[in-house]
Ligand binder design. Sequence first.
Ligand code: NAP
Ligand code: 12T
Length: 358
Amino acid sequence: MGYTVAIVGATGAVGTQMIKMLEESTLPIDQVRYLSSSRSAGKVLAFKEQEVTVELTTEDAFEGVDIALFSAGGSTSAKFAPYAVKAGAVVVDNTSHFRQHPDVPLVVPEVNAHALENHNGIVSCPNCSTIQMMVALEPIRQKWGLSRIIVSTYQAVSGAGQSAINETQDQLKQVLNDGINPKDVTANILPSGGDKKHYPIAFNALPQIDVFTDNDYTYEEMKMTKETKKIMEDDNIAVSATCVRIPVLSAHSESVYIETKEVAPIAAVKEAIAAFPGAVLEDDPSQQIYPQAVNAVGSRDTFVGRIRKDLDQENGIHMWVVSDNLLKGAAWNSVQIAETLHEKGFVRPTTALKFELN
Ligand code: NAP
Ligand code: 12T
C-alpha cells in the first residue's frame, strides 16, 4: 500500500519542482492530489504519465491524504494545515508560518532528522538561505563547534515566486530590447510583493528580501538568525545576516564568515565538508574552481568553496556556498523530509491536535 500525497500550491514555482521531486522520489505513492487557489483549480497537470486535475484548497480537501506538502504562502498554511492534520495527514510546510512554533520540528534531514521523532502532524521546512548554510556549516560545527556566523546572501528571484521570475525577465527585455534605462523599467513585485514600494531588479542589487522588522533587519535576515539557532539547537550561536536580491533566476549564493570554538585547520575543514551528505566541495583556486549559481541549478546538492582562513582572526573562516533555492532550498528538502518520515515509520495520523482550526 502506497501513500496519497497532496501538494498545496502545485501550480507555483516551488510546487512545480515538488512535482518533479515526487516523480523521482523513493516514496511509495498510490495517488497524488494537486491543490491551488480558484485561479488554477480545474487546470490539468502531469504526474509521470498520468493527468491530474488541480483542485481548490478547502477545509475538507484532505480526506484520505497521508502526506500534505504545503507551498502556497503562510496564510494558506495557517488556514488549511490544521485541517490536513485533523484529517490524518502529516504536513510538510514550506512556508515560514509554523517554523518557530515550539511543537513543530524545523528540519534539514542531513543535520537534525532526529527532531522528526514525536512530531505533532506539522513539520516545517526552513528558509532556503538557511538550509544551504546549514548543510555547509554542520560538518564544521560537529568537529570544532560554532560561535558566530556573519552571512551576506546573493539571492535568486525565483525565491519570490513565479511573478518575480516574470518581472525580472520582462525588465531585462525592456532594457536590452527596448533601450529603456534600468531606472525606468516597470516594477510591481520586488523587492517584496507585500511592501509599499517596488524597485527594478534588472541590472540591480536590492538589499531587501521580505519586509523590514522593527530592529532594521528584514524578516529574511531574522529567519536566518532564528532558524539557525533552532536547527542547530544552540541559542548561543551569534548570527547576523544581510540578504540581497540579485538578477539571477535560480540558485542562491552566500558569502559566509564563521568563528569556530576550536581552531580548525583548513585542510580538515575541506575534508569534513567533502564527506558530509548533501555537500559538495568545489575548491581549487589554482584551477579557478569554485561554486557558481549557473552550475548548481537542477542539483539537489549544496556546493562549498573559496574556503580560507581569516587574515587576522585565528578561529575565523570565510567560504562561498551555493545551492538551487527551489530544490534543496524548498522542494527537495520538503520531499526529503517526507522520505525521512517514511523511512523512520513516522507517517501516521496525529490524535492529540495541537494546532487551532480557524
Ligand atoms: P508562487 O510561484 O507565487 O506560487 C504560489 C502557489 O500558491 C500557487 O500554486 C498558487 O495557486 C498557490 N496559492 C496562492 N494562494 C492560495 C490560496 N489562497 N489557496 C491555495 N493556494 C494558493 O510562489 P512559490 O515561489 O511557489 O512559493 C510558494 C510559497 O512557498 C511561498 O509563499 C513561501 O511561503 C514558500 N516558499 C518557501 C521557500 C523556502 O525558503 N523554503 C522558498 C520559496 C517559497 P494559483 O496557481 O491558484 O495562484
Ligand atoms: N520572502 O519561506 O522572497 O521564508 O525569496 C522564502 C523565500 C520567504 C520563506 C523570498 C521569502 C521565504 C522568500
